[in-house]
Ligand binder design. Structure first.
Ligand SMILES: Nc1ncnc2c1ncn2[C@@H]1O[C@H](COP(=O)(O)OP(=O)(O)OP(=O)(O)O)[C@@H](O)[C@H]1O
Ligand SMILES: Nc1nc2c(ncn2[C@@H]2O[C@H](COP(=O)(O)O)[C@@H](O)[C@H]2O)c(=O)[nH]1
Length: 209
């Protein structure tokens, strides 16, 4: 009996620790496929095209939308971000678990297209922790930090439309929670591929020994 790969979405306010937790999860489970998004945002110091994001122009991003190349896309903090569809489909077809680190608007689009996707909302332990983390990262100017913190309130409204909430108090704990979710989701009857000897699942009584 073999279960299929899981499409897992990780969302949460900017600074919640999504990127940090994703990297730590991949270290523990290198077999997970992390989707690389396309974005019109400019690279931060140290970010590499094709590794952190595919950094594209607005024109190129629009072409990708028009060509149906994006599984989902959204405008976030004044820039466009989207998930390339084909690499996700290919990885799922290979039976790999796929992780999308995307915003809440994108998360709900994914759920519409892939109802079996698992939506996880990553929450920092407190409002103060969120502000400290975002400021401490030191990658955005003060106005941008304020803008992201302000938007966090709107993002929180999406929390109850997600399947799971993980509190990112300690990175290792958050990673363990994500791993547990993956294990539990693989045990759902809808995902289990049962050995053919069990016959027609819808008609157990009709099967003879
Ligand atoms: N559990 C944690 N405890 C303390 N600091 C943390 C924890 N998780 C992440 N951080 C720190 O918080 C900052 C923000 O983390 P990260 O960049 O991963 O957030 P993010 O949710 O991916 O943000 P964005 O959406 O803007 O990309 C980083 O400096 C990171 O090192
Ligand atoms: N809807 C999507 N949101 C995405 C995608 N890739 C990243 N994001 C989200 O954007 C913000 C900002 O990211 P940053 O790298 O500029 O800090 C963050 O919430 C990401 O999760 C995507 O493909 N689609």
């Amino acid at each position: 009996m073999k279960s299929e790969g899981i499409l897992m979405v990780l969302s949460g306010p900017s600074g919640a620790g999504k990127g940090t937790v994703c990297r730590a999860l991949l270290e523990k489970q290198p077999g997970i496929h992390l989707s690389i998004s396309a974005t019109t945002r400019k690279p931060r110091a140290g970010e590499v095209d094709g590794v952190n994001y595919f950094f594209v122009s607005r024109e190129k991003f629009q072409q990708m939308i028009d060509a149906g190349e994006l599984l989902e896309w959204a405008e976030v903090y004044g820039n466009y971000y989207g998930t390339p569809l084909k690499t996700v489909e290919d990885a799922l077809a290979r039976g790999e678990d796929v992780l999308l680190e995307i915003d809440v608007q994108g998360g709900l689009q994914v759920k519409k297209k892939f109802p079996s996707a698992v939506l996880v909302f990553l929450l920092p332990p407190s409002r103060a922790a969120l502000a400290e983390r975002l400021t401490g990262r030191g990658t955005e100017p003060v106005e941008e930090i304020q803008r992201r913190l302000h938007w966090a309130n709107t993002e929180l409204e999406f929390l109850f439309r997600y399947d799971y909430v993980v509190i990112n108090r300690h990175v290792e704990e958050a990673v363990a929670a994500l791993q547990s979710i993956l294990v539990a989701e693989k045990c759902r009857p809808q995902r289990i591929k049962m050995d053919e000897s069990w016959g027609n699942l819808m008609d157990f009584k009709g099967n003879s020994w």
